[in-house]
Design a protein around this ligand. Structure first.
Ligand SMILES: [Zn+2]
Length: 196
């Protein structure tokens, strides 16, 4: 997910100076719409090893480099239930997430790193309780509110191949001609896959 006020300095990496630290070299790269991987229903993570933790660290770095506040597995072509979020100096990784509870929904505008320039008003619960695993495979459960609740739900949607553009149908005619168009009934089913 995009931050509402992108930090342009973070997006523009200065060229590496010979005396300074090297510019980050990413093995992962961002996937953009309409790459079909963005419609994949991700499998659970089963192995919590060093390779997984290296991938997570790189996802955090890539997210920050693009001034994002959230990034999900499919956005780096990893078809696993894996997401990272970062707001301010706090960051969070959640693996195999499930939504336990949610409050009444509210509207707010969202952007997405995989859909540059697209902004959609999305209706989501303002408070959630979510469970899942941390990068070491330890079970975790916590409550989230406000922007944290929103970004976690946005990234959880990605794990089921749901995108912000799905929230504006059926009012937008172009969606019918979209190469990634999903039947509305399928979108609704996917939105509820990680709910109790
Ligand atoms: Zn997104």
């Amino acid at each position: 997910m995009n931050s509402s006020a992108p930090d342009r300095n973070a997006a523009a990496q200065p060229p590496a100076a010979s005396a300074g630290p090297p510019a980050p070299v990413f093995r992962l790269s961002l996937v953009y719409y309409p790459d079909p991987v963005l419609r994949v229903i991700c499998a659970p993570v089963e192995t919590f090893d060093t390779a997984l933790r290296d991938t997570i660290e790189e996802m955090f770095a890539l997210m920050r480099a693009h001034a994002g506040i959230g990034l999900a597995g499919p956005q780096v072509a990893i078809e696993r239930q894996l997401l990272v979020c970062g707001i301010g100096d706090q960051q969070l990784c959640l693996i195999n997430p499930a939504l336990q509870e949610s409050s009444e929904p509210a509207d707010s505008v969202e952007g997405c790193l995989s859909l540059p320039g697209v902004q959609v008003k999305v209706r989501r619960p303002e408070r959630i309780r979510v469970s899942g695993y941390d990068p070491r495979g330890r079970k975790t459960s916590f409550a989230a509110t406000g922007l944290w609740a929103r970004v976690i739900q946005h990234e959880m949607d990605h794990l089921n191949g749901v995108l912000i553009c799905d929230y504006r149908r059926p009012s937008v005619k172009e969606c019918d001609e979209c190469p990634l168009s999903l039947p509305a009934v399928l979108v609704e089913e996917r939105k509820h896959r990680m709910r109790p």
